[in-house]
Ligand binder design. Structure first.
Ligand code: NDP
Length: 418
């Protein structure tokens, strides 16, 4: 199978290396990104370690024409988008026009939130949906009929969260519950990279997400909170006690649609006080803005400039110690009896580095990206249309998680989050 991978950052580098390890499935891999030298470096690292043939290319993934030319030339079975959410729609469009399946790890966001066309659609969507996050699934779900008519599959959000958390939800629904009542998604990073401030994945996307209003789904509607307004403490296996904060997160939207009867879905992520203090300070001085400002005669986007100053997440692996623990606590009923189950993965930053030269956040995203691509190209998870991860049979994905480096546990009666 031929796979085109777009992007060559922290997450992509793990996905590429994992695809190279699964060379019985991926026989030819094209790595294409804005900066081709990064693709060449990864290709050289994999030399002699895989039977897959690797090619590299430069592509501006904002350009549908450039993407179509590349897909038309390479003719991949599927395109794995591990660039940025800004490129989701152009890559989907190019896949549709050239006949390739599409896979990504994050839902669409507009790079410039001051764009008047985008802003008008956004204001309308805020009124309809009731949350103010800059990202949501409406843009990509709108492609469902087109992908269906073309006989192509688009698999959205196959990272860890979104991604594995939805597979855990489908697995809980299939094997543990007749009816799921609540889902609490807990994302804990107990890793320490030693920097005063750095983000574990793309700083723009990370800081936009964390500094935004939080929200959760309850009894059929969204309840919005101020940024980081709701805080809880939880004792995570492999990490210990951590403060965690309620965030708006994209999989809440698709789980609310696809897990029938669910009454409440919340998402919590852990942060240390130093991260929050730095982020608030940067926000207060305007450094998180996505709106261009004039500086010495040229336009500069503050958050993009900040990204240039911060450590590249792809370089954090060598210095990060500790573990991540990401999973979901479900409550509900089976045969009329109330029960609760916690399904989670614990991942060690240093072990990830030893295996693929990366920290665990890139690893826990890159491995599911490879698994999603593998299930699509093998036809195991492949229906014409646009789908989220909870809409397919979770069992083959859960087996693949254990096989490819993300073993999981399911325990009954966990400590609840209040
Ligand atoms: P990075 O910033 O490290 O990498 C992004 C890559 O995309 C870079 O190689 C960059 O090129 C390339 N790129 C950016 N713009 C373009 C463009 N216009 N054309 C071609 N290539 C482009 O990001 P991460 O690896 O940290 O994150 C990748 C994705 O993974 C993001 O969408 C992020 O939201 C998602 N993610 C998902 C998670 C999940 O659990 N579902 C968790 C963490 C991340 P260049 O090197 O030239 O800048």
């Amino acid at each position: 199978m031929k796979l085109l991978i777009i992007g060559c950052g922290g997450v992509a580098q793990v996905a590429i290396k994992k695809c190279c390890m699964a060379d019985d499935v991926f026989t030819e891999i094209m790595i294409a990104s804005r900066t081709e030298s990064k693709c060449v470096k990864v290709k050289e690292e994999m030399s002699g370690k895989t039977r897959a043939k690797i090619y590299t290319a430069t592509v501006n993934a904002d350009s549908v024409e450039e993407l179509m030319a590349l897909i038309g030339y390479f003719k991949p079975a599927a395109v794995l988008n591990v660039a940025l959410p800004y490129q989701d729609l152009s890559i989907m469009e190019a896949c549709l026009k050239t006949g390739a399946h599409y896979i990504d790890t994050a839902n669409y966001e507009c790079a410039n939130t001051d764009d008047p066309v985008w802003r008008a659609a956004y204001e309308k969507r805020v009124k309809e949906k009731g949350f103010t996050a800059y990202f949501d699934y409406s843009y990509q779900w709108a492609y469902h009929e087109k992908f269906k008519a073309a006989g192509l599959c688009a698999l959205l959000g196959t990272g860890f969260d979104p991604g594995v958390t939805q597979v855990f939800s489908a697995y809980a629904q299939k094997h543990y519950f007749d009816e799921i009542e609540t889902i609490d998604i807990l994302d804990c990073n107990g890793g320490d990279h030693g920097y005063a401030f750095a983000t574990n994945f793309n700083p723009e996307i990370n800081l936009r997400e964390v500094s935004a209003n939080g929200s959760y789904w309850e009894n059929g509607r969204w309840i919005e909170t101020k940024p980081l307004e709701i805080k809880r403490e939880y004792d995570f296996e492999g990490v210990g006690k951590k403060d965690m904060y309620l965030l708006h997160h994209e999989e809440i939207e698709s789980l609310a649609k696809n897990i029938k009867g669910v009454k409440r879905i919340r998402f919590f992520m852990t942060f240390g006080q130093s991260y929050i203090t730095h982020m608030n300070c940067l926000k207060d001085v305007g450094m998180l803005s996505t709106v261009p400002v004039k500086y010495e005669g040229r336009d500069i986007v503050p958050i993009q400039f900040l990204k240039a100053l911060l450590p590249d997440p792809a370089t954090l692996g060598a210095r990060t110690k500790g573990k991540t623990n990401i999973g979901c606590i479900f409550t509900g009923k089976k045969n009329g009896v109330k029960k609760s189950v916690y399904i989670y993965n614990v991942c060690d930053h240093e072990e990830c580095y030893r295996e693929v030269g990366s920290q665990a956040i890139s690893y826990t995203t890159g491995v599911p990206a490879m698994i999603g691509a593998m299930l699509v190209v093998k036809g195991i998870w492949n229906r014409a249309g646009v789908y989220n991860c909870e809409e397919f049979d979770p069992d083959p994905y859960m087996e693949a998680l254990a096989k490819y480096g993300l073993p999981w546990k399911a325990v009954e009666d966990p400590v609840p989050v209040d």
